[in-house]
Design a protein around this ligand. Structure first.
Ligand code: GLC
Length: 434
């Protein structure tokens, strides 16, 4: 893992406003949704499912799409924000062969599992027909969306864990570079400028905790599973990472109930001005500069996460879009998917939602760079390139559960970090399907 260059910047961006995404009811809004054939002027309604988007990205993308394709209505189905719960809801629906949802967003950790289960429609035929070239995309994201040589989803945006800080509380020159500096800076700024907390992160027992743990572990040079699929978590380096995570979560700079915090709780506290520092994904930047929701507009800087002994490490995340194999509207579903995951949709989502594009040429787009000035920084690009993947396995949810439980037990001090590492080593080795 490379040590990342500092990419702190004072950025003041005011984003255009649009309507906040309203979750539609599950009831049919029009009578036309099941009618594809026949009358060309008839409207087709497709159902698009994803977790709640607290930024304005999704609403703006859907509006632009409906304007461009007046004969296709997109009905939004809001899924649980927690990626694990969202996963389970799709598995239940698709196992029952439901055709209620046409297009879904997939977390970067799901495509292999969903493809193997036969939930998705391969996209290769559509891509060929419309000349969509996978080489235009970030290759890591493309390979995560392929399985057995077929393309099952197209990447919409990339996530990598970053440190966001309040520029009115933390000088550019004193942005913490190590976990110890972070604890000191959080202590120093706690209570200043109306804050109640020093630092926010995601410590609830769910997938986000796995991402936070991967970052701590990797920043000390540890791994959970190595490149060859060997379980390597019972190592002095991983134990150091887990110990530092336990220390931060149990410190008095984070909210006392931090083990109930996922992304929504942490980003809400941050945009309400309750803390000077937060670990989150790139969308945090647009959200913190959203005049409709945020009390800290124009006061947000971005930097790599603090380093352990080994350097700074970001977990790799991100979302893709795929089509339900049972959809009654494959053509319309593809039109919408390829719009969202194509240049037009990704540009809107980057500007309004701060979501980092997967199409490489968009990092040269001036409007995107104006909205997200830190995308220009070498450190950001390197953070994306060096981001650490979570273990790759067709039964990833089982592996994730083991990590979630053991890290939570260590955080609650029911077991030591050494014991957590030993337990994970044993249980993951037993469960891992290669
Ligand atoms: C973000 C990431 C996703 C990750 C999730 C964890 O949505 O993009 O990959 O699993 O956070 O909460």
């Amino acid at each position: 893992m490379k040590k990342l260059k500092k990419i702190s910047k004072v950025i003041s961006t005011s984003l255009a406003l649009s309507l906040v995404l309203a979750a539609c009811s599950d009831k049919e809004e029009g009578s036309s949704s099941k009618n594809t054939g026949g009358d060309k002027d008839e409207k087709v309604t497709i159902v698009y499912a994803r977790g709640k988007d607290d930024t304005q990205g999704t609403t703006a993308m859907v509006e632009a799409f409906e304007k461009k394709y007046p004969n296709i209505d997109v009905k939004f189905k809001e899924m649980p924000a927690d990626t694990g719960k969202q996963h389970d809801a799709y598995v239940t629906a698709f196992n029952a062969n439901s055709d209620e949802i046409d297009v879904i967003d997939l977390d970067v950790i799901w495509p292999a599992e969903f493809a193997q289960a036969g939930f998705l429609m391969p996209l290769d035929r559509f891509m060929e027909k419309d000349g969509v070239n996978p080489e235009d995309y970030n290759q890591g994201a493309i390979s995560a969306s392929k399985f057995k040589g077929k393309q099952w989803a197209l990447p919409k945006f990339i996530d990598a864990g970053m440190l966001f800080y309040r520029t009115d509380l933390v000088d550019e020159g004193s942005v913490p570079k190590t976990w110890d500096e972070l604890l000191a800076k959080a202590k120093e700024t706690k209570g200043q400028g109306g804050t109640q907390f020093g630092y926010l992160m995601q410590a609830k027992q769910y997938e986000g905790l796995v991402c936070n743990a991967v970052e701590f572990i990797a920043s000390y040079g540890g791994q959970i599973i190595d490149e060859n699929g060997e379980v390597k978590v019972d190592s002095p380096e991983a134990i150091k990472g887990i110990s530092k995570l336990v220390e931060v979560v149990n410190s008095d700079v984070v909210p006392q109930n931090i083990t109930t915090f996922a992304e929504p709780e942490s980003h809400t506290a941050f945009i309400n001005g309750q803390a000077g520092l937060i670990r989150n994904w790139p969308y945090q930047f647009a959200l913190a500069n959203d005049e409709k929701q945020s009390k800290i507009v124009g006061k947000v800087g971005v930097a790599p996460l603090p380093a352990g002994d080994k350097g700074s490490a970001a977990a790799l995340g991100g979302w893709m879009a795929g089509i339900n194999k049972n959809t009654k509207h494959p053509e319309e579903a593809w039109k919408f998917l390829s719009f969202m995951a194509g240049k037009e949709g990704q540009k809107i989502d980057a500007i309004k939602g701060g979501h980092a594009p997967t199409i490489l040429s968009l990092y040269e787009d001036q409007e995107i760079l104006d909205a997200n000035p830190y995308y220009k920084d070498e450190g950001f690009v390197k953070a994306l390139e060096a981001a650490v993947s979570r273990p790759v396995a067709p039964n990833y949810p089982e592996i994730s559960d083991i990590i979630q439980v053991q890290i939570s037990q260590a955080v609650a001090k029911k077991i030591t970090p050494e014991q957590a590492a030993k337990n994970m080593q044993k249980e993951i080795s037993e469960k891992l399907v290669k």
